[in-house]
Structure formats: C-alpha cells, structure tokens
Design a protein around this ligand. Structure first.
Ligand code: P6P
Length: 282
C-alpha cells in the first residue's frame, strides 16, 4: 500500500504543476459519465496512469476518464479506482479542485474498499490518507515532501451545509430537509467541487454534504467507485456517517463501473436528520 501512496504523491506534485501552467480549455470529448473533458482531465489521468504502471502491488486500475479497466500486474493485490481531476471545470475560475483515489481488494464494491486518498489543489496542496485513521498532510513545494499535520475527526454535530444538485430539481422531502437545517443556523458552504467541499466539512469538524436523487438525476450524479466510496470510507473512519438516504454507502454494489448514487456525508446528528427526512420516501 505504501508504494501506491508514494505513486499518488509523485502524481499529485506533477498535476499541481500542470494546473498552474497548462491551458484550461475544453477538448471536444466527454468521459464515460458524459462529463465534458478539459485538457487537464486527460493530462492528469495520463500522469497518474504512468505512476501506477510501475507499482507491482496494483493488479488493475480504472479511471473516471476511462471507459474500461487497465491491467497493471496480475499478481498485484490491490485495485485502484480514481478521479484524476475532480471539478476540473472550476479551474478556469480559479477555484480549488482535487484528485480522489479508492484502493480496493478483490472487487470494486463498497465493502471491499480498504483505503482512500484525496488531494486538494488549493492555496495549499493537501493530502488526506484514510487507512487505519484519517491523516492530513501538507505539501512543502520547496522540498516536494508531504508533511504530516494532524489526525482528522468529525464531531457529533457541525455547522456547515453543502447542498448539491439543482435546487429546482430537488424532491419535496429533500427541499424540506435542507430548509430545516438552514433554519437551525447551518452555514452554506458549496463551491461545486466535491473535494474542497468535503475537505472543508472534515477540517471544520462536521456538517453535511448532500448530492441527492433529483427529478433530473434519479441516481444522483456522483460516481460510486471514484468519488462516493472513497469519501464514504474517509468520513466513516473519521467518526461520521455516509448514506444514500437510507443505507450505508459502503454496502452498495455498482451495476457498472461508472454507476452513480445519491450520497450524504456528514456527522452523526446531520445524517440522522437525513434518515428521518427520507424515512418512507422510497
Ligand atoms: P453540481 C464536479 O463536476 C462534480 O462532479 C463534483 O466535484 C461536485 O460535487 C458536483 O459535480 C457538483 O455538481 O450539479 O452541483 O454542479
């Protein structure tokens, strides 16, 4: 596992440089999820695949930017699913973006994720590694070293609310849930970038991130393998909860590699509010 994490560190440093200097233009193509690709999506994917190609403990990889699995080493014991540059459309408005990695054994099912890593490319480059606990690292750009900062834990309740999805497409019970939390005094913190939005809640010690089923996206938008399972693993290990409105996200099995699910990540109090709001709502 250490060689996988070291490969991610090397890739993150190269992606950070690419974000600064490569152009942010769209290329005339979409990925398997139907997202328009920017040049940096493809560059980031190539950087990561090159670093993983020499890691003997990896059996196969799958990227959000790829249609199919890439075999690495048949004797490798880990499978890695990754989103090379999540929220890349935010780069041309100079907002933070990230890379997300889920490390699995045997299959790309929620129950088989054994670690997750994400990188935030913001005012600082930070990395969060969830393995036996959740640890924050910060990149020293002079030395190229990621230095340990602290362990991250979620409190029982937070103050931050990140309500995703197009509001006019929210189902009535979801709209009522979000409105009730704002009435309780939650602060709106939503950039449209999953990585910085979830990173903020984790670092602030609690709150709720929601990307629900909507009238126009009945299975939500966020991808199980590359985005949802890694953050579900991270949030649960940090003492929080992660559900699809009814059940633990890590109990889910994707029907296909790019499958999506409604998802809620947060502290205990907020997730219990979601369960109440979604009880008997299908
Ligand atoms: P919306 C970025 O495109 C992304 O995949 C996630 O990073 C983010 O949480 C979500 O989509 C934002 O989607 O529909 O709120 O713009």
């Amino acid at each position: 596992m250490t060689e996988i994490i070291n490969a991610i560190k090397k890739a993150a440093i190269k992606i950070n440089e690419a974000i600064k200097y490569e152009d942010t233009s769209k290329i005339n193509s979409t990925n398997s999820s139907g997202d328009e690709q920017v040049k940096l999506d493809v560059i980031s994917d190539e950087i990561i695949e090159k670093e993983f190609s020499t890691v003997s403990s990896i059996c196969e990889i799958i990227s959000e930017e790829k249609d199919s699995i890439v075999k690495i080493n048949p004797a490798g014991k880990y499978l890695v699913a990754y989103d090379p540059l999540d929220g890349s459309s935010l780069i041309d408005v100079n907002l933070s973006v990230g890379s997300i990695f889920g490390i699995y054994k045997n299959s790309f099912d929620g129950e088989n994720i054994v670690a997750s890593v994400y990188v935030v490319y913001g005012p600082r480059v930070e990395m969060v590694i969830a393995r036996d606990n959740v640890e924050l690292f910060k990149l020293d750009e002079k030395t190229g070293e990621f230095t340990y900062q602290k362990e991250l834990r979620l409190k029982e309740k937070g103050k931050v609310l990140a309500p995703g999805g197009t509001q006019k497409e929210w189902l009535a019970h979801h709209k009522n849930l979000i409105e009730s939390l704002f009435k309780e005094g939650y602060r709106l913190r939503y950039s449209g970038g999953m990585v910085p939005d979830l990173h903020q809640i984790l670092l602030k010690g609690g709150g709720l991130f929601a990307y629900p089923a909507t009238h126009d996206k009945q299975k939500g938008k966020l991808r199980m393998l590359f985005e949802v399972f890694p953050f579900a693993y991270t949030y649960k290990l940090a003492g929080g909860l992660a559900i699809d409105g009814h059940n633990d996200l890590l109990a889910l099995r994707p029907d296909f590699l790019h499958d999506t699910t409604p998802c809620f990540f947060g502290s205990d109090y907020e997730i219990k509010k979601v369960l109440q709001a979604y009880h008997n709502k299908g």
